[in-house]
Design a protein around this ligand. Structure first.
Ligand code: ATP
Ligand code: MG
Length: 393
């Protein structure tokens, strides 16, 4: 009895004439991810993708977890196929379903027949299968409105499909169908969530992390690499560019007024990000900013950093409270990594009184004290930027 996975598309089915492209992209992602778990046949028909094990060496549980993180899929079912006889259906229900029903209180059976020659009608078949389940597990109750487990039996042309419930998929649209963007990834809580959210809307990621070694440590960098790896389960593998801001920060401290340090630094970050984005074919920049969260995220402060990018800047967390962002961080498994206590380049040389309502003219006056373009160019010198591939795991 070989189990298989059935994936239902979500919003994809709304995409009209582009639908084919969305489906192809999704299947390509699934084929790529499936390779890590064994040899599978992946086919699609009627808004469903079927994933079948080709041999006995497949890790279906591992693939099930991976598939649950693939954007573009709204639900994943686990099922087995048996002969289209009542005998075979009953035996399969007895052999296959108990682990999925164990510990549950309620269930419902739903049947569909695309093969209308099957002797029982859908309602009669559901009653039969329900009876078999109750005879095996008499403590279970039928709940037709809100069952804990929905058992589905589909009578198709080539056999009967017995489903052990439907599990929620990652939703969203397939990675790559909305282009590519550069994520500013810090070691904090917000930016990994921002990366996850923009990827959910079909955006492929490239990322940049700014460090300030030796003011920030090797461990701080290693933490960001772990965060990148963690989100790559959802976003797919991506390149992380690590850029040093040490010299820029030292120059800022030497020459500029303290209150402006953070704003000036953020303008450098945005300018460098813009150049990396262009060099890597990104159509946008993504940050984890949330309006009003800290001094550098007031409308005025964002207004001072935003013009440094020639590309649209996406801020998926802009309207979320910290608690809400933390909820997402827990869900995607980044929270525990994010709260490890390492310095970020934004937290070294922090002004005692950061500007919350900066005036652009004053910022530009401060900025003129340094050779902006030369410092950006130096930070981006090829031998200085490290590029790390965050492998999907
Ligand atoms: P986070 O939790 O994502 O670090 P934050 O609340 O600490 O956010 P800031 O430090 O003001 O806020 O940073 C705002 C955004 O700027 C971050 O979400 C991230 O996108 C970007 N950013 C900040 N520091 C860095 C860094 N060292 N490298 C790359 N991007 C950064
Ligand atoms: Mg931060």
């Amino acid at each position: 009895m070989k189990e298989l996975l059935l994936c239902k598309y979500g919003e994809l089915i709304l995409k009209g004439s582009n639908r084919r492209y969305f489906e192809d992209t999704l299947c390509k992602t699934l084929r790529f991810r499936a390779k890590h778990y064994g040899s599978f046949a992946i086919n699609r028909s009627q808004s469903t993708i079927t994933i079948e094990q080709k041999d006995d060496n497949c890790d279906l549980d591992g693939l099930f977890d991976a598939v649950s993180k693939v954007f573009g899929i709204s639900a994943v079912s686990r099922c087995v196929v048996c002969d289209k006889t009542m005998e075979s259906i009953e035996q399969t229900v007895r052999d296959y379903l108990p682990p999925y029903l164990a510990g549950k209180k309620t269930f419902k059976v739903e049947c569909k027949r695309s093969d209308k020659t099957f002797p029982l009608g859908s309602i009669e078949l559901a009653a039969e299968v329900g009876g078999v389940i109750l005879s095996m597990m008499p403590k279970l109750k039928v709940d037709v409105h809100n069952p804990e487990v929905l058992v589905q039996v589909e009578i198709r042309q080539y056999g009967a499909y017995i489903h052990a419930g439907q599990f929620k998929g990652a939703g969203g649209i397939p990675i790559g169908t909305s282009g590519k963007a550069l994520l500013l990834l810090s070691g904090g809580i917000d930016s990994p969530v921002a990366g996850y959210m923009i990827a959910k809307r079909g955006v492929q990621l490239e990322a940049v992390h700014f460090e300030s070694f030796p003011y920030t440590s090797e461990l701080a960098r290693e933490k960001v690499i772990r965060l990148a790896r963690q989100i790559s389960g959802y976003t797919g593998s991506f390149n992380l560019h690590v850029v040093s801001l040490t010299h820029i920060q030292e120059e800022l401290v030497k020459s500029c007024t303290e209150d402006y340090f953070t704003l000036l630094l953020r303008r450098y970050m945005m300018a460098i990000a813009d150049k990396i984005a262009h060099a890597t074919d990104c159509g946008g920049i993504v940050t984890g900013e949330s309006l009003g969260q800290v001094a550098s995220q007031t409308m005025q402060a964002i207004g001072v950093t935003d013009p440094m990018s020639s590309l649209p800047v996406f801020r998926p967390c802009i309207g979320l409270d910290k608690e809400e962002i933390i909820g997402f961080a827990r869900k995607i498994g980044t929270f525990d990594i994010s709260i490890e206590p390492y310095e970020d380049c934004c937290t070294v040389f922090t002004p005692r009184h950061p500007m919350t309502k900066p005036k652009l003219e004053k910022v530009l006056e401060e900025e003129k004290k340094l050779d902006f373009d030369a410092l950006v160019e130096e930070a981006l010198a090829t031998d200085k930027v490290e590029r790390i591939r965050t492998e999907f795991n």
